[in-house]
Design a binder for this molecule. Structure first.
Ligand code: ZN
Length: 209
């Protein structure tokens, strides 16, 4: 390899070196140590891809994400700031559910300010199901709404991504994420970028999907 090529390669590697360290704390549940290691390597492997997918100019890179397994928490998992907490009881019974941790890591990456909950939860589940798990969710029913969040909104966002025109070469999800992170999200972004209200896009999805 010529010295010139070596320099180019070195610069490329540096530019893409967005690594994160997941600090897993299983001190309150020693039996989750192996699962903790598995989650650590999965999240560390997926962070560069997800932070790149969810990149926008105000994104602040994350170096370390503490992940604590809490024996007194009775839900599944949550993210607060840059920290993730998993329920010991849940992960003892659902040791295969690493996708739920991908969902939480998306929350850490989102850094949204004042965005509606359905949007944050929908985007987190979109990356969990359509990118990490490569799973196709079932179509929402007529009782659902785009504001239901989670899998319902994830299905909707995936349909939008697959069926609506790109704006400035980018998916609608990019623009939603950008505005949410910048504290600027309002429903006006839908007519502004797609020429339809969010309700109209939802109705179209319900007819055509
Ligand atoms: Zn969530």
């Amino acid at each position: 390899m010529s010295p010139f090529l070596i320099i180019v390669v070195a610069i490329c590697v540096l530019k893409n070196s967005v690594a994160v360290r997941i600090d897993v704390d299983t001190s309150q549940a020693r039996d989750l140590e192996n699962l903790g290691k598995q989650i650590k390597s999965t999240l560390e492997r997926w962070y560069p891809y997800l932070s790149d997918q969810l990149y926008s100019s105000t994104y602040e890179d994350v170096q370390v994400i503490p992940l604590y397994f809490d024996p007194s928490y009775e839900g599944v998992a949550y993210a607060k700031g840059r920290r993730i907490v998993g329920a010991v009881d849940y992960y003892r019974k659902n040791s295969k559910d690493i996708g739920s941790m991908i969902h939480e890591m998306v929350h850490v990456i989102q850094q949204y300010r004042g965005a509606p909950v359905w949007l944050g939860e929908g985007i987190a589940d979109y990356y969990r199901y359509y990118h990490y798990e490569d799973r196709r969710l079932t179509k929402p029913t007529k009782d659902n709404k785009h504001t239901d969040g989670y899998g319902t909104t994830a299905f909707f966002l995936n349909w939008v991504d697959q069926n609506k025109q790109k704006i400035g070469g980018r998916s609608m999800i990019y623009w939603l994420n950008k505005d949410a992170r910048e504290g600027k999200y309002t429903d006006n972004i839908w007519p502004k970028l797609l020429g339809q209200t969010v309700q109209q896009v939802w109705q179209e999805m319900m007819q055509k999907a």
